[in-house]
Design a binder for this molecule. Structure first.
Ligand code: COA
Length: 261
């Protein structure tokens, strides 16, 4: 499907799995990995058959153990801004992706890896997963949007605890915090992630897309604007075949078959 070095896309029916595979460095994100990740998502944007995306890291040890510290160690003030902006841009594209994205976290999700998981719409963790933002111990701060997204997801107090201590938390604590949606035994992680994705992708694709659009637009704007936008999207759905199908199926007591139109 592509000639990327560190990223591959696997297909299972209507779900694509994007795998970051740089196992010898625990899938750490260097500029090439980030670029390939962005390209992989772009390649899936217009693929009508793909209704949801699972993002994961290869191997059992890590989801992604952070941005590449070798690269970061050589950064200058200007290249540092660039490194941060490149990561932010790709993670923002994932966050605003028009199809549901679920992070499947089997091991370490540290620094930029934790930030990457935060940019996904939902997160499923194995019992062995470890989350953390160790940046302050390296003399930097999270630079891929983590200072914003973690506080939004788990609240200010918990976000500051992780950000300022730099300590890792296990999957159970991450679940209690609201950082992950589900915790699964390690050997069931991919099945449980797929199961969750199935519960999402059985729904109307255009409705899923506009639900994401409304939620994320609402986070970035005032209430009046957000409510107006929600109403406009709500009304727009009346023009879709999916709405007619969903409601007809309910009334006819059958399962809907959505075409994403
Ligand atoms: N950047 C670059 N290389 C990394 C990396 C990162 N973020 N995380 C791990 N690696 C590399 C290690 O340097 C090592 O490479 P080497 O074999 O060439 O020496 C390899 O991945 C395996 O990691 P190692 O540290 O030997 O594994 P471990 O099981 O002892 O420890 C971690 C695992 C995750 C605790 C440890 O690798 C770690 O602390 N990584 C950095 C996490 C971090 O600070 N991330 C935020 C960056 S902003």
């Amino acid at each position: 499907m592509s000639d990327w070095s560190f990223v591959r896309v696997e297909r299972d029916d209507d779900v694509a799995t994007v795998v970051i595979d740089r196992q010898e460095k625990l899938n750490a994100l260097n500029p090439q990995v980030i670029e390939e990740l962005g390209q992989a998502f772009e390649s899936l944007r217009e693929e009508e058959d793909v209704r949801g995306i699972i993002l994961t890291g290869a191997g059992e040890k890590a989801f992604v153990a952070g941005a590449d510290i070798g690269v970061l160690s050589e950064m200058t003030p200007t290249s540092g801004v660039e490194v941060s902006r490149q990561g932010q841009e790709v993670l923002r594209a994932i966050e605003r992706f028009p199809k549901p994205v679920v992070a499947q976290v089997g091991g370490y999700a540290l620094g930029g890896g934790c930030e990457l998981a935060l940019a996904c719409h939902l997160r499923v963790a194995s019992e062995k997963a470890r989350f953390g933002l160790p940046e302050v111990g390296l003399g930097i701060i999270p630079g891929y949007g983590g200072t914003l997204r973690l506080a939004r997801l788990v609240g200010l107090g918990r976000a500051l605890e992780l950000t300022l201590t730099g300590e890792m938390v296990g999957a159970e604590r991450a679940y209690e915090m609201g950082l992950v949606n589900q915790v699964a035994p390690a050997d069931e992680l991919s099945d449980r992630t797929r199961e969750l994705m199935g519960k999402i992708t059985r729904n109307a694709p255009v409705a899923l897309r506009l639900a994401l659009e409304s939620v994320y637009h609402g986070l970035d704007t005032g209430a009046e604007d957000a409510l107006g936008h929600e109403s406009a999207l709500f009304g727009l759905l009346a023009s879709t075949e999916d709405m007619k199908e969903g409601m007809s199926a309910f009334l006819e007591k059958r399962k809907p078959s959505f075409q994403g139109r």
